[in-house]
Structures are given as structure tokens and as C-alpha cells.
Design a protein around this ligand. Structure first.
Ligand code: SAT
Ligand code: MN
Length: 588
């Protein structure tokens, strides 16, 4: 399939290391993939679902100890610890390679070694990056074939170049004590051991497209961000593109696939999805910031997805989808998860394959981080720019977290540097997407805490530098919070499709069509500028959503100060300055 000497040499070395029974190169053909699906069903790795109701759909159950990303076992392995910075786990490359090779050695015995050439980004785009993943897991191959562009066309694009990312994945025996996701940004290499959960094992996604790509972007004047990309088509036909960063499992897929509320549809609004998780951003020929989605599919959270919360995602999962850790309905061999509807099956298996009766069981049937892997082209609202090698020009960047208090529904930063400050102090409640406690508020700058492949201080500086590089054509920066609650813990804002009402304000601000209330934290909408027509929201509720409580923000400043201490002297002076200015505005 290739004569690339660098690639062939590495494959030979890896083959000698893991000693498989045979090697299969993934060429991307449907015949080959269909054979692999059958192999996976025979071995029990996949369960074939009802092909009339869910054509091309399969169920994957991970080992119960392996159902989410493991941040504590994720390492950046650069020569110096400083390069990884204070927010990443770091290990000496030498030591990490030693651990890796000891575990990998002979671990494919009696197994097939699959070689997956893949591309992140559209074929023919200057944004795109090539990777090759070696794996012993058929489900990893099948997931990668959905999430990335794979096969011969990638090798053709690679030619004889040595500019590609090496990725070794070994299932080993899924021992959580020996689970590691190692990144070697200086060697363009990723090694993942003892996990088959997609977030740890699909090496093109978080490992390449965020951790290694963010490291590269800093050196090459571009950015890799944990952001969805969407286009809002206005009644006059113009499409405004927006990127938005939220931590995992905070609604990126829902926002990316939003369907306008009836009233907006009637006016002529449409929303187009370009991506739901990752954006690569570069300065374009026109001087603006342009974005592509490097992925080719969606790895979305199933739990909570419904006809109400995300009808497009429901549509996306109706064919050619791999479901991970959902409920299997034994009556008709379909799937179910909490939040899908109020009608759980009673004759079913839970995500661990135990008999489960949804009508009587007190236990959840699906894992809270249950997932679907679906081709992007399944999305009814997929943007026609999805495959465009140049991507789309970005007018606004949104940061958002899950905060019960403090942060208003939406506010705009005063300028780029202040926007970088706003992103850097983002915090959000933890979710089931990673192992560990859920619902703890933690700082998650730009939603990149688990995904930044280098020193976070340098990453902040890179954001500041990109602002200078783009100058007055830079997007405006906003912050949103859909999750604010009243004193009884009820959400104040309906969210989901009604978030378009907030996007409308954001677009009006980008087009200088509306004024705003200057508060200590940024520009907040006047209540009369958020359209709540047809919503069951009182004016006082809207007022609470838009309040900036100085006392709460003074506490927030203390949190920010202690978070910033982590970075010591390396914290860019611009951010220290923004913090002092915020303090001045708040106090007096
Ligand atoms: O598990 S993934 O990292 O792929 C998805 C997510 O947590 O954002
Ligand atoms: Mn994500």
C-alpha cells in the first residue's frame, strides 16, 4: 500500500515488539470494514443490532473499569518538565518508553496487528495532519474508520514524507493499574496501553488532534482547540460562523446540532454543524481566523440525548453507528439510555450486560458516559463547508462552563486580551466523561485542561500572540452559562434550541447592532435585548440570569488568584494585568 521507508521501518519495529500473528493494513474499503464487523461480532467485541430499525449499527461494551478518559494516567513526555507545565502529568520520555515497551512486548501474541493510516482534516487541506495507528482492537479500527478519513487515500497523500504521527495502541489485559496514555510531542508519537475506551484509544482524537496539535500549533502560529464549530444562517441568507469551547459532556454536540425554535425557523434562521468537539484555527488569506473540524464523525454522549434535547443527534445515530455502554433492549434488539424517553425497556441488558428491567431497577442501565460513534455525513444539518479545505471564517469565540451561580447567561469580553483572560479563568463542574468525582467545580482554561499538550502558561501566551497576529480582524470573545440555577437548584434558562436566542445577541454584538450593559466582568445584555418571546420565563428570571453579583465575583477573584498561583512567574503579564483591572472594576 505504501513505499514510505519511514513508515515501513516503524511498522517492522513495532511488529518485532508486539509479535502479532499477522498484520492487516486498513485500506478504507467497505468490504474490509464489513469483514471486520463480522470478526468483531464473532469474538463478542460487538453486538449486531436490529438491522431494520438501526441499519449498520452495533453495540460495544467496554470493560466496566474502562468507560471514561483517565486524566491521572495521561502524560506529556517532553525532555523537560517545564515544557509539560504545571497542569499536566509529566514523565521522562525514556522512562515512558521503557514502561510502554515492557507492556507492549509480545502483547499481540496470537492476535492481528491492524495498521490504520488516517488523516485529521479534509483531504487536500493545508490544515490536515496524517497519523498511523497500530492497534490490536477491531473496535478501535471500526471507530477510527468512522471518526477519521482512513485508508489508501491517506497513504497517497503522505507519499514519502516523514511528517506523520506514530500511534501505538495495545489493549494488553485492560489492567487499570497499568493504564497509560503517553504523548511524546517531540517525537510525534503517542502510545496508549491497557484501555479500549475510545477517548483513550482512538489516537487521532484527543491525543493527536488536541494534545500533539496544540503543541505543534504553538510553534507554527495556529491553534488546536476543544471547540465545536457552527454556522448560523440569518434570514438574509448570510451565515455567521462561531466556535465554542465547553468541557466534555457540557452540551457541545447539542449546541453544534441545534435546530432553531419554531419562531426563528419561521423568520428564516438555520443552524449548520461544522464540528462538535475540535477546531483547528488558522489565519486565512483575508486576515481573519478560519476553522476546520479535523474529525470525520461524532463521538457524542448518548445519555441525555433525546428528541427534545437533540433531534439531529437522534437522527445521526439511526444508522452506521457504534454505541458504547448503552442499554440493549432485548425485545427488539435496539438501544436505550437514560434521558432518551420515559419508556425504558423492561426486558434488557444494562451496559455491563447484566439483565436489567428499566421499569423497576433503581440502577442506571446505561453508563453516564455512554457514547455513540457516528459518521458526520449522517447529520441532517451538516454544513456544506464540512469538507472545505479552507474551513470557515470565525466571527465569534464562545467559552462556556457548567456553573450553578456567579456566571451570567452571557457576557462579552472588552477586547481580545480580556477574552483570553475570561477563557483562562473558566471553571466548570466535572462530568462523567473522565473518571473521578462528578460535580466538583474546577478550573478548566479554554476547556483544554485535559487536552493541552504543553505548558499552559505558554498556551495562554500563544492565545495572546494570536490576537496580535490577527489584529482587528480577530473574532469577538464571549462567555456563556446555560446552567445557572435558582435557589432551589432549578435551571433558570431552558437551554437546547433556545440557546439560539443567546447566539442572536452574540451575532448582533458582532455586527454592532446592539448596545450592552458595561459591568465589571464585561458587556452583559440589557434584558430587553434577549428575545424571550414564547418562553416561560419571567422578567425577574431573566434579570437573575443576567445579574453580576459583585460579592460572588470577589470570591471568584480569590479562586482565580489561587488558580493563577500554579503558574507562578510564568503567567503572562497581560493576564496578571487583566486580573488587576477586574479587581479595580469590582471593588470600587
Ligand atoms: O472521551 S473523549 O475525550 O473522546 C470525549 C470527551 O471527553 O470530550
Ligand atoms: Mn471533547
Amino acid at each position: 500500500m505504501t513505499n514510505n521507508i519511514y513508515l515501513l521501518k516503524w511498522i517492522r519495529e513495532m511488529e518485532e515488539l508486539v509479535t502479532p500473528e499477522k498484520v492487516i493494513w486498513i485500506n478504507g474499503s467497505e468490504i474490509q470494514l464489513e469483514n471486520l464487523r463480522q470478526t468483531a461480532c464473532r469474538s463478542g467485541d460487538l453486538v449486531k443490532l436490529n438491522q431494520e430499525k438501526l441499519p449498520g449499527c452495533y453495540l460495544h461494551r467496554t470493560n466496566p473499569n474502562d468507560a471514561a478518559r483517565v486524566e491521572s494516567s495521561t502524560f506529556i513526555c517532553t525532555k523537560s518538565k517545564e515544557e509539560a507545565g504545571p497542569t499536566n502529568n509529566w514523565m521522562q520520555p525514556k522512562e515512558a518508553y521503557k514502561i510502554s515497551y515492557d507492556l507492549a512486548k509480545g502483547s499481540y501474541k496470537g492476535k492481528v496487528m491492524y495498521v490504520i493510516p488516517y488523516m485529521m482534516g479534509p483531504v487536500g487541506s493545508r490544515f490536515s495532519k496524517i497519523g498511523v495507528e497500530i492497534t490490536d482492537s477491531v473496535t478501535v479500527v471500526l471507530n477510527m474508520a468512522i471518526m477519521t478519513r482512513t485508508g489508501q487515500k491517506v497513504l497517497d497523500a503522505l507519499g514519502d514524507s516523514n511528517d506523520w504521527v506514530r500511534g501505538l495502541h495495545c489493549s494488553c489485559n485492560l489492567d487499570p493499574e497499568k493504564r497509560y496514555v503517553f504523548h511524546f510531542p517531540e517525537d510525534n508519537t503517542i502510545i496508549s496501553l491497557n484501555s479500549n475506551y475510545e477517548g483513550n484509544a482512538l489516537l487521532g482524537k484527543k491525543c493527536l488532534a488536541l494534545r500533539l496539535a496544540s503543541y505543534k500549533g504553538e510553534k507554527e502560529n495556529w491553534m488546536a482547540e476543544h471547540m465545536l464549530i457552527l454556522g448560523v444562517q440569518k434570514p438574509d441568507g448570510e451565515i455567521i460562523y462561531i466556535c465554542a469551547a465547553f468541557p466534555s459532556a457540557c452540551g457541545k454536540t447539542n449546541l453544534a446540532m441545534l435546530i432553531p425554535p419554531e419562531m426563528y425557523k419561521e423568520k428564516g434562521y438555520k443552524v449548520w454543524c461544522v464540528g462538535d468537539d475540535i477546531a483547528w484555527l488558522r489565519k486565512g488569506k483575508d486576515g481573519r481566523l478560519w476553522a476546520v473540524n479535523p474529525e470525520n464523525g461524532f463521538f457524542g454522549v448518548a445519555s441525555g440525548t433525546s428528541e427534545k434535547s437533540n433531534p439531529n443527534a437522534m437522527q445521526v445515530t439511526k444508522k452506521n453507528t457504534i454505541f458504547t455502554n448503552v442499554v440493549q433492549n432485548l425485545d427488539d434488539n435496539t438501544v436505550w439510555w437514560e434521558g432518551m424517553d420515559k419508556n425504558p425497556p423492561s426486558h434488557a441488558l444494562d451496559w455491563k450486560a447484566n439483565p436489567w428491567d428499566g421499569k423497576t431497577s433503581k440502577q442506571n442501565g446505561a453508563h453516564p458516559n455512554s457514547r455513540f460513534t457516528s459518521p458526520a455525513k449522517n447529520c441532517p444539518s451538516l454544513s456544506e463547508k464540512f469538507d472545505d479545505p479552507d474551513g470557515v471564517p470565525i466571527s465569534a469565540i464562545i467559552f462556556g462552563g457548567r456553573r450553578a451561580q456567579t456566571t451570567p447567561l452571557v457576557y462579552e469580553s472588552f477586547d481580545w486580551n480580556h477574552g483570553v483572560f475570561v477563557g483562562s479563568v473558566m471553571s466548570s463542574e466535572t462530568t462523567a466523561a473522565a473518571t473521578g468525582k462528578i460535580g466538583i467545580v474546577r478550573h478548566d482554561p479554554m476547556a483544554m485542561l485535559p487536552f493541552c499538550g504543553y505548558n499552559m502558561s505558554k498556551y495562554f501566551q500563544h492565545w495572546l500572540d494570536m490576537g496580535k497576529f490577527i489584529g482587528n480582524k480577530a473574532p469577538k470573545i464571549f462567555n456563556v452559562n446555560w446552567f445557572r440555577t435558582d435557589d432551589n437548584g432549578n435551571f433558570l434558562w431552558p437551554g437546547f434550541s433556545d440557546n439560539l436566542r443567546v447566539l442572536e445577541w452574540i451575532i448582533n454584538r458582532c455586527e454592532d447592532k446592539t448596545s450592552a450593559n458595561k459591568t465589571p466582568i464585561g458587556y452583559v445584555p440589557f434584558a430587553s435585548d434577549i428575545n424571550i418571546q414564547g418562553l416561560d420565563i419571567s422578567n425577574s428570571q431573566l434579570d437573575s440570569l443576567l445579574t453580576v453579583d459583585n460579592d460572588l465575583w470577589k470570591k471568584e477573584v480569590q479562586n482565580i488568584e489561587s488558580f493563577y498561583e500554579k503558574f507562578g512567574d510564568e503567567l503572562p503579564a497581560e493576564l496578571k494585568n487583566e486580573l488587576s483591572k477586574l479587581k479595580e472594576r469590582l471593588q470600587y
